[in-house]
Write a protein that binds this ligand. Structure first.
Ligand SMILES: NC(=O)c1ccc[n+]([C@@H]2O[C@H](COP(=O)([O-])OP(=O)(O)OC[C@H]3O[C@@H](n4cnc5c(N)ncnc54)[C@H](OP(=O)(O)O)[C@@H]3O)[C@@H](O)[C@H]2O)c1
Length: 263
C-alpha cells in the first residue's frame, strides 16, 4: 500500500492550490471513473476501498498521465467505522484541506422473490448506509464549521420505491437518499453543497451478468454527468437523465398496481 509519508514529494504536490477530494469506493466502476475525471479536472485525490491492487493501479495510471502525484490511496473497509474520524483528519491534513467528498461505496446481492437472508441484508445496510453515516457525519461537521465544501452521495433509483426484487438494497438506498436530503437542508445555510446522485443501470462489476439493463450507460458517462452536476451545484440528479421521467411515473403508480408488478 502506498502511504502518503512514503512519497517524499507527495505532500508538496498535493498541497498545491488545486481542489482536493476524497472518494470512498474508488477501486472500480463509477468511483474509479470519477477519480479519472476529477484528476483531469485538476483535483488532488485520496482514493479509498478494500482492493489495494486496484487502487494502486488506478493511482499509478492517474499520476503517470498527470506527470505528478495527483492521487494517493488508503485501503479501507467502510464497516471499520471507528477508524473514520482519524482517517478524515489524516487525509485532510495530507491533502492540505478538503473541497469535495464523495461516498460511492455500495454492494448489491442478487435476491430471489422467496429469498430472505439477514446476513446479506445486514452487509448491504452496513456498506450502503451505515458506512455512509460514519463518513458523512465528520465531513459534514468539518464543512459546516468551514462554511464551505461539497458532498456527493451515490444513491440509486432503487431507493425511490420498495420493489419486490431486493427489499434491503432498496431500503438502504432510500435511507441514504433521505439522509442526504436532511444533510442538504441542514448544511445549505452554511454554504455547503450536497448532491444526491440516483443512477439507473450502469455497466460495472455490480451489474455484470444482469439481464434487462434498460437505458444502461457506462461508468464514464455516469461520472461525466456527476462532475457536471458538481460544477453546477445541482441538488439531485438522475444518470442517465431519462430516469428522471421513468421515476416520475414509477413514484406515482398506486400501490394497488405497483405491488402486482414484477420489477
Ligand atoms: N451499477 C449500477 O447499475 C448502479 C445503479 C445505481 C446505483 N449504483 C451505486 O453506485 C455505486 C458504485 O457502484 P458501481 O456500479 O460502480 O459498482 P462497483 O464497481 O462494484 O463499485 C463498488 C465500489 O464500492 C466499494 N466497496 C464495496 N464494499 C466496500 C467496503 N466494505 N468498504 C469500502 N468500499 C467498498 C468497492 O471497492 P472494494 O470492493 O475494493 O472495497 C468499489 O469501489 C454503489 O453505491 C452502487 O450502489 C450502481
Amino acid at each position: 500500500m502506498i502511504q502518503p509519508n512514503e512519497l517524499p514529494s507527495a505532500n508538496l504536490i498535493l498541497r498545491s492550490p488545486a481542489k482536493r477530494a476524497i472518494i470512498v469506493g474508488a477501486s472500480s466502476g463509477i468511483g474509479a471513473a470519477l477519480a479519472r475525471r476529477l484528476a483531469i479536472e485538476g483535483y488532488s485525490l485520496a482514493l479509498l476501498a478494500r482492493r489495494a491492487d486496484r487502487l494502486a493501479a488506478l493511482c499509478q495510471e492517474i499520476n503517470a498521465r498527470a506527470g505528478e502525484i495527483r492521487a494517493i490511496f488508503y485501503v479501507h473497509n467502510v464497516t471499520d467505522y471507528d477508524s473514520v474520524p482519524g482517517l478524515v483528519q489524516e487525509i485532510t491534513s495530507t491533502l492540505g484541506g478538503l473541497d469535495l467528498f464523495i461516498y460511492n461505496s455500495g454492494i448489491l446481492f442478487p435476491s430471489g422473490l422467496k429469498h430472505f437472508d439477514f446476513e446479506k441484508d445486514r452487509r448491504m445496510t452496513e456498506v450502503n448506509y451505515l458506512g455512509a453515516l460514519a463518513w458523512l457525519n465528520p465531513v459534514a461537521a468539518m464543512f459546516q464549521h468551514l462554511k464551505a465544501g461539497q458532498i456527493v452521495g451515490i444513491s440509486s433509483v432503487a431507493g425511490e420505491r420498495g420493489r419486490v426484487g431486493n427489499p434491503s438494497y432498496n431500503a438502504s438506498k432510500a435511507a441514504l437518499s433521505c439522509y442526504l436530503e436532511s444533510l442538504r437542508n441542514r448544511l445549505t445555510r452554511s454554504g455547503v453543497h450536497v448532491l444526491t446522485v440516483k443512477p439507473g443501470y450502469v455497466l460495472t462489476d455490480m451489474t455484470s451478468g444482469m439481464k434487462n439493463l434498460y437505458f444502461a450507460i457506462s461508468a464514464e458517462r455516469a461520472a461525466a454527468d456527476i462532475c457536471k452536476a458538481i460544477r453546477s451545484r445541482k441538488q439531485v440528479i438522475y444518470t442517465a437523465s431519462i430516469w428522471w421521467l421513468v421515476m416520475l411515473v414509477v413514484r406515482n403508480i398506486p400501490s394497488i398496481i405497483f405491488r402486482r408488478l414484477s420489477f
